[in-house]
Design a protein around this ligand. Structure first.
Ligand SMILES: [Fe+2]
Length: 245
């Protein structure tokens, strides 16, 4: 059976993945990038926002290189499927200058929109997270908190996530967390988040062909089963469409 047939859904989006080769700890070369693109396509994905890391002292790929790699990967995607669309974004690790760097065009938003995929450090405290979200909102950006289920300050804390959502932040969780690859506690917490209507996006956070593989079909099928087809459509298609336009 074709993998995408596992779900009744067509035209899924993956808004978080590391497919651009040689810019972060994602795909190592074009061959691996192509493998990932093919896998996404087989899984039923038709729109991908590629989100290379930007994190001071760890991942600081020059913007020109990111754009150059994006063009190459976009061409490769067209060979895989005419209907496979690619957009450029960034997983931006929070810093004090993030809003001004975004404004100057030194960092990328999601697909040229006002949405910004933001990553926190595992040990960032609540006050810092709250303040960074507010700062982005004040500057007119719409923060999406990347894999919100993973940080010490947010994991297991439904009230804090609800508070961040009230401030205007959007929540992204990873497919592997939903399907249970990250353990039962995280899986149960993600289900609770969905039931409380606190999830806006689900992304693969795919990094390669051997580890953290981009797998979305099984997750989508599971979300459909737990939450219904309308809900799954909203999370995997309609909400992402608000980013890409
Ligand atoms: Fe990521």
């Amino acid at each position: 059976m074709h993998r995408s047939e596992q779900s009744t859904m067509r035209g899924l989006y993956d808004i978080h993945c590391h497919i651009l080769p040689g810019v972060d700890d994602g795909a190592r070369n074009m061959e691996e990038a192509c493998w990932m693109l093919k896998r996404e396509y087989e899984e039923g994905v038709r729109s991908i926002i590629v989100t290379p890391h930007f994190r001071y002292e760890m991942f600081e790929p020059p913007l020109a290189l990111v754009k150059e790699q994006f063009e190459k990967v976009k061409r490769a995607a067209a060979d895989i499927g005419e209907d496979l669309k690619l957009y450029l974004g960034c997983e931006l690790h929070t810093s004090m200058d993030m809003a001004s760097a975004l404004k100057k065009g030194e960092r990328l938003t999601m697909a040229g929109s006002r949405y910004v995929l933001v990553e926190f450090g595992n040990f960032d405290d609540k006050a810092y997270i709250r303040e960074r979200v507010q700062q982005l909102m004040l500057r007119g950006y719409m923060p999406i908190i990347a894999h919100v289920e993973r940080y010490r300050a947010t994991k297991g804390d439904i009230d804090f996530i609800a508070e961040l959502k009230k401030l205007g932040a959007h929540m992204q969780v990873n497919t592997d967390s939903i399907t249970g690859k990250e353990g039962f506690t995280i899986k149960r917490f993600c289900k609770k988040m969905m039931k409380e209507n606190l999830v806006d996006f689900i992304g693969t956070d795919g990094h390669g062909s051997t580890r953290r593989i981009p797998e979305i079909a099984k997750c989508c099928q599971q979300v459909e089963k737990t939450m219904g087809t309308q809900y799954a459509k909203r999370i995997f298609i309609e909400n992402p469409k608000k980013i890409t336009g």
